[in-house]
Write a protein that binds this ligand. Structure first.
Ligand code: AGP
Length: 607
């Protein structure tokens, strides 16, 4: 997804824009550009490639204190300089940057071309520049408002006009936009990470709102010019949290942050006195929680896998029917919302379009949807009926790691709350709490010695195909391990329920296709060992993730990594971390861009 930055103030705009784009590069990064007002001209530099390529292309002398910038993740039009943003109108007096998809862009483009507009790119976004230009009559804000009433689709846009050199106008529908309030300077961005170096005072722009800024003031109105009173939020984390802090990559840092991020996710939420949990923000009374008869989780990608683990825990602990479903499937299935159902929308970014639109569809049908999210103030938590922030801190790497374990943590705490309202006894609740409380320390022990995992990666990084196998509550972890490996090392990896391998996938086994088995000492261990033997018997290399002391598994597997033992419900925490590390080192071995894998974006804000 694209990153947007805008600046109005006394300082040189170019370095602020480029630095802001650099912090957004994880959002989308196939091309980038800036436009700065100076000497009665909009000076534009835009390039296909990384932000560093843009930085190299911006002249040392690039004056101007008002400007906009954009880092692109292509949805329409190939990756080249012409398709990079900002886009100008024919007169070169209007520049815009856009994040989202203009669904009716062809109709608008045809009409504009018939009116004589000349297009310079194949993007949908360029239509906005020409549309604003065709509707401009001396007031940029009004021209933007008229233009967006003609647009179908999603947008976060920022526009500038030569005739109004100290002004930027932003508008949002479906793609995030935030206003940063500084000392005699104002910022617009798609994400607070772009501006936290300059201010922590932010206003989150909502769908249908238009924001107009200059260096000393701002206004927020709706499309009918009605003023909108907005709350000023203060960002709760520090700039250094989005730095690498000595690690080689954000992903490495975020993997190693997990003992701390899981601890943060439980802070103030574990009640040892009553052997239960405390989750503020659910906006549900205990009576309403007691009436919940089924739980459904909607999410995408890694968050979906966290929802699958959550479903196991809720059914096992609270005996509540629970399931996880792909948000993208739910939205268009005309979902049936049953009474006394409780839905969770799980999203690290809080901006994933598939999850957001599925949530809106369910809410339209009367569902109560709670958010389990990380980015405070993002769209899903703001539109949900309540929920829980996981407090992971910024997750910058495209591959999600600490958010996954913190999403699970939030669900484990929720499961405890509802289980203790039902059949779970005080002593069982206490035992659950103690196991949950032990997770950070046990993950820490895994992180204290990762040399066996690094050795595995060096041995197997050249494989072109990989199977990940787990059962029960660890089946979702097998899926997650496969996703991690494929998304950063580009190795084709598939996750299966270990029992399922004999129903077809075992045909894939050969001596070039390693199988990564998750073999905790839980009630399904022996079954998984049987599957391991089936693979071995067919000459497939077997890697096992087993519990310290499990000699038998160590003997059967070609390679084994041991993790500490824990109550069986909690193995997903201990099983996933070695798979994250394995994927990270395989990607390094293969020379891949770990933090910004090809074709991917951190937050997929388009369908
Ligand atoms: C995870 O490593 C991937 N980057 C991706 O699957 C991600 O989990 C998915 O796009 C959902 O993102 P969200 O949690 O921000 O909604």
């Amino acid at each position: 997804m694209c990153g947007i930055v805008g600046y109005c103030g006394p300082r040189a705009a170019a370095p602020i824009l480029v630095e802001g784009l650099k912090r957004l590069e994880y959002r989308g990064y196939d091309s980038a550009g800036i436009s700065v007002f100076h000497d009665d001209a909009l000076n534009v530099v835009k390039r296909a490639g990384k932000i560093n390529d843009l930085r190299a292309a911006v002249p040392d002398q690039f004056p101007g204190s008002v400007g906009i910038g954009h880092t692109r993740w292509a949805t329409h039009g190939e990756v080249n300089d012409a398709n990079a943003h900002p886009h100008l109108d024919d007169t070169g007096r209007i520049a815009i940057v856009h994040n989202g998809i203009i669904e009716n862009f062809q109709t608008l483009k045809d009409r504009l071309e018939s009116e004589g507009h000349q297009f310079a790119s194949d993007t949908d976004s360029e239509v906005v520049a020409h549309l604003v230009s065709s509707l401009y009559d001396g007031d940029l804000e009004q021209a933007v408002k008229r233009a967006i009433t003609l647009v179908k689709g999603t947008y976060g846009i920022v526009a500038m006009h030569l005739d109004e050199p100290d002004r930027l106008v932003g508008a949002r529908n479906g793609s995030p936009l935030v206003l940063g309030i500084g000392e005699n300077e104002m910022f617009l961005a798609s994400d607070v990470t772009a501006i936290i170096a300059h201010t922590k005072q932010v206003i989150y722009v909502e769908d249908g709102e238009v924001v107009s800024i200059n260096s000393s003031s701002y206004s927020t109105t709706d499309l009918r010019d009605n003023p909108i009173e907005k709350h000023v939020d203060v960002i709760g984390w520090e700039l250094e949290e989005i730095e690498k802090a000595g690690y080689s990559h954000y992903m490495e840092k975020e993997i190693f942050e997990q003992p701390e991020s899981i601890t943060r996710a439980t802070q103030g939420r574990l009640d040892f006195e009553n052997a239960t949990g405390h989750l503020g923000g659910l906006n549900m009374t205990n009576r309403e929680l007691l009436e919940v008869e089924r739980v459904k989780v909607i999410a995408a990608g890694t968050s979906y896998h966290a929802g699958m683990v959550a479903a196991y825990v809720l059914e096992h602990l609270a005996r509540i029917p629970a399931s996880a479903e792909l948000a993208s499937e739910v939205r268009y299935r005309n979902p049936i919302v049953e009474r006394n159902s409780l839905y969770f929308a799980v999203s690290q970014s809080g901006e994933t379009a598939d999850t957001l639109y599925a949530m809106r569809e369910l809410q339209r049908k009367g569902a109560r949807v709670l958010g389990i999210c990380n980015v405070v103030g993002s769209t899903i938590p703001r539109e949900s009926d309540g929920g829980v922030y996981i407090h992971s801190g910024p997750e910058i790497a495209v591959a999600s790691t600490k958010a996954f374990t913190s999403q699970m943590t939030a669900f484990y705490a929720f499961a405890l709350v509802v289980a203790r309202m039902r059949n779970l006894s005080y002593s069982d609740g206490l035992r659950f709490l103690q196991a949950l409380d032990s997770v950070p320390e046990k993950i820490g022990r895994i992180l204290d010695d990762i040399t066996p995992i690094i050795a595995l990666a060096k041995k197997y990084a050249r494989a072109e195909n990989f199977l990940f196998l787990g059962r029960g509550i660890n089946y979702p972890v097998a899926l997650e391990g496969a996703l991690k490996l494929k998304e950063i090392s580009y190795i084709h990896a598939e996750g299966f329920s270990a029992a399922e391998i004999k129903h077809g996938p075992i045909a894939l086994i050969n001596d070039q296709t390693p199988s990564f088995f998750l073999v905790p000492d839980d009630s399904l261990r022996d079954k998984v060992v049987t599957s391991m033997k089936e693979v071995k018997a067919r000459g497939g290399p077997v890697i096992a993730l087993a519990v310290e002391g499990d000699v038998e598994v160590g003997r059967i597997a070609d390679d084994v990594v041991f993790v500490p033992s824990i109550d069986e419900l909690f193995y997903p925490f201990l099983m996933v971390v070695p798979t994250q590390i394995f994927a990270y080192y395989c990607a390094l071995e293969r020379g891949c861009n770990v933090d910004q894998p090809r074709n991917l974006a951190k937050s997929v804000t388009v369908e």
